[in-house]
Design a binder for this molecule. Structure first.
Ligand SMILES: [Zn+2]
Length: 331
């Protein structure tokens, strides 16, 4: 079995330079075709490192992981299931075949609150191991209402479990520039790559974009029948745009679900849309680093002006709308 290890991090706001997206799945190339890594069977069995940090014991950590796991399991249109295997002394990022969550001191990663490392069987795209660490260089809390100046364990673990399942980052969020970097003022997705400020527990609840992403990866009976999907292309000057953030806004409910164009043809696909009329907006990534969504080698196009599809899209229950073509203009 040939394995590949990839790593994704959640950043504290201050370390972020300018960039945005909706839910995004990881992609690996297997025999020349692109597949999304996912667990081939559930429940996903995980272990928790028993070493705590000040104010958060190993038992506290396990309870927070368990609550975050339940939030993903509670997605009605998804078949996700987790199983706690027990406590372990194994380090959270050892590549040992055991999926482990734990604290780790990483002074070498000053802006990184936590990260997930995925081990993928490159022959099949199956996930075989995933490890999550929270950086003990920061101060943490599991207090039910949050603690000022401390980061919330459950919120960050909820985000990292999304990576563990195979989700990449979502672009649904807004930041503003602060004296020390960027601050999140609204996140429409737990998978937005920048964390809320210390003290906040706003990241404990999955949003509709997260639900759509999780259900797209692990659909339960009823997901594709209950919702609809949309596909299409984003083009500028007749050429496909890579890395454009595409947002579908439901006109009646206001629910926002997003996706990205993922190749040089500018193609995108979004699943998990409620039936009804949608406005489709396209924008360049602008509220986080491009690197937090795509690999550094990808040539992401941010040199265009935000625009809209010139017609409404009507999504039917169980139906597929499109393909649509959205034209944008260079900046
Ligand atoms: Zn992340």
């Amino acid at each position: 079995m040939t394995l590949r290890r990839i790593s994704v991090a959640v950043l504290m706001a201050a370390s972020i330079a300018p960039v945005a997206e909706a839910y995004l799945k990881f992609a690996v190339t297997v025999d020349g075709s692109v597949v999304t890594p996912r667990w081939s069977r559930t429940p996903v069995r995980y272990f928790v490192n028993d070493a705590g940090v000040p104010e958060v014991s190993g038992v506290d950590l396990q309870a927070a992981v368990s609550r975050a796991a339940r939030s993903w399991e509670d997605v009605a249109t998804s078949a996700i299931a987790f199983e706690f295997g027990g406590f372990t002394g194994a380090g959270p990022v050892d590549e040992d075949g055991i999926t482990t969550v734990g604290f780790q001191s990483r002074p070498d990663l000053p802006g990184v609150l936590g990260a997930t490392e995925l081990t993928i069987d490159v022959a099949t795209g199956a996930l075989v191991e995933a490890d999550i660490f929270l950086n003990s260089q920061f101060v943490w809390s599991v207090s039910p209402g949050g603690r000022s100046d401390r980061f919330d364990v459950e919120s960050i673990v909820l985000h990292e479990l999304g990576h563990l399942l195979g989700l990449s980052h979502s672009g649904i969020g807004e930041t503003e520039t602060a004296s020390d970097g960027r601050r999140v003022i609204a996140a429409g997705a737990v998978m937005f790559p920048i964390a809320f400020s210390p003290g906040s527990v706003d990241g404990r609840r999955l949003q509709r974009d997260d639900v759509a992403g999780a259900s797209d990866l692990y659909p339960d009976r009823g997901f594709s029948q209950a919702t609809g999907s949309l596909s299409g292309r984003v083009v500028s000057d007749g050429r496909g745009v890579l890395g454009a953030h595409v947002l579908a806004f439901h006109l009646e409910s206001g629910v926002l679900v997003g996706g990205f164009t993922i190749n040089g043809q500018g193609e995108f696909a979004i699943a998990g849309l409620d039936p009804g009329p949608h406005v489709i907006r396209v924008e360049p990534i602008d509220d986080a680093d491009v690197d937090s969504f795509f690999g550094e080698d990808d040539r992401i196009d941010t040199g265009f002006r935000a625009g809209y599809l010139d017609t409404l899209v009507f999504v039917r229950q169980g139906g597929h709308a499109g393909p649509v073509e959205i034209r944008v203009n260079p900046r």
